[in-house]
Design a binder for this molecule. Structure first.
Ligand code: SAM
Ligand code: SF4
Length: 212
């Protein structure tokens, strides 16, 4: 399901056993200081025109419905189960729920998402930074409460651009007001929040044309 990692450049023509992957990891860790950080993607996004917001190289499928995410969560749990024995006793420094779009889930699905991680890393504590990233128009107060209650302690908003007319050129449906509202909710709920901005966003097409 997670077709973004490893990159297709590193795909092999044969199956690789989890035991082999972990043996390679253990060998590399003799030289590299050990700090464990986990990245969990949700490789689905709302459709845009142009496709993939017109700029994004991250792998994703078009989001259709909740069932698609429930299926993904079941695969994620199976993958976790395959690795559980190898991470016994290890602690995570941080978790990042990225994407794709990790705030596509309904409020009640965040507990499941965090439970899948806890099934592999039961020792998850308050010292672990747990970030969930999403798009402005899909954050609601109800979802933020559910995320926080499930164990998320940091939020990242994919803003890119605050000019509504310019953002619309990418096919994204968000409004700047939704960014500010989400930041307000995060502050009220005690959730640290950061934003992604893209520098050098293209100007309106008619401006660009007038210079040709
Ligand atoms: C993969 S996106 C996931 C977050 C969420 N789906 C969104 O669109 O806001 C994570 C961040 O990667 C950045 N990103 C994606 N494609 C990029 C590109 N081609 N150049 C620079 N930044 C990019 C964006 O700033 C985005 O917020
Ligand atoms: S919503 Fe985010 S992850 Fe999805 S295509 Fe757009 S920038 Fe990429």
């Amino acid at each position: 399901m997670l077709h973004g990692h490893p990159s297709p450049l590193f795909w092999l023509e044969r199956d690789v056993l989890v035991a082999d992957v972990m043996a390679e990891r253990a060998a590399s860790q003799r030289e590299i200081p050990k700090q464990l950080n986990l990245y969990v993607a949700t490789p689905c996004c709302l459709p845009t025109d142009p496709d993939r917001c017109g700029f994004c190289l991250f792998p994703s499928e078009v989001y259709r419905n909740r069932t698609q995410l429930d299926t993904y969560l079941r695969y994620l749990a199976r993958e976790g189960a395959m690795y559980r024995e190898y991470f016994a006793g290890e602690r995570l420094a941080s978790i990042y729920f990225g994407g794709g779009t990790s705030n596509l889930y309904k409020a009640d699905q965040y507990a499941t998402l965090l439970d899948i991680v806890r099934a592999v890393f039961p020792a998850l504590g308050p010292e672990t930074e747990v970030t969930l990233e999403g798009i402005p128009q899909l954050f609601t107060r109800e979802k933020l409460v559910a995320m926080r209650d499930a164990g998320v302690n940091r939020v990242s908003i994919g803003v890119q651009q605050l000019d509504d007319e310019m953002i619309a050129m990418s096919g994204r449906k968000q409004k700047a007001s939704q960014v500010f509202q989400t930041i307000e909710w995060c502050h009220a709920l005690g959730l640290p929040v950061s934003v992604d901005l893209i520098f050098g966003w293209p100007a309106r097409p008619w401006r660009a044309c007038s210079t040709i």
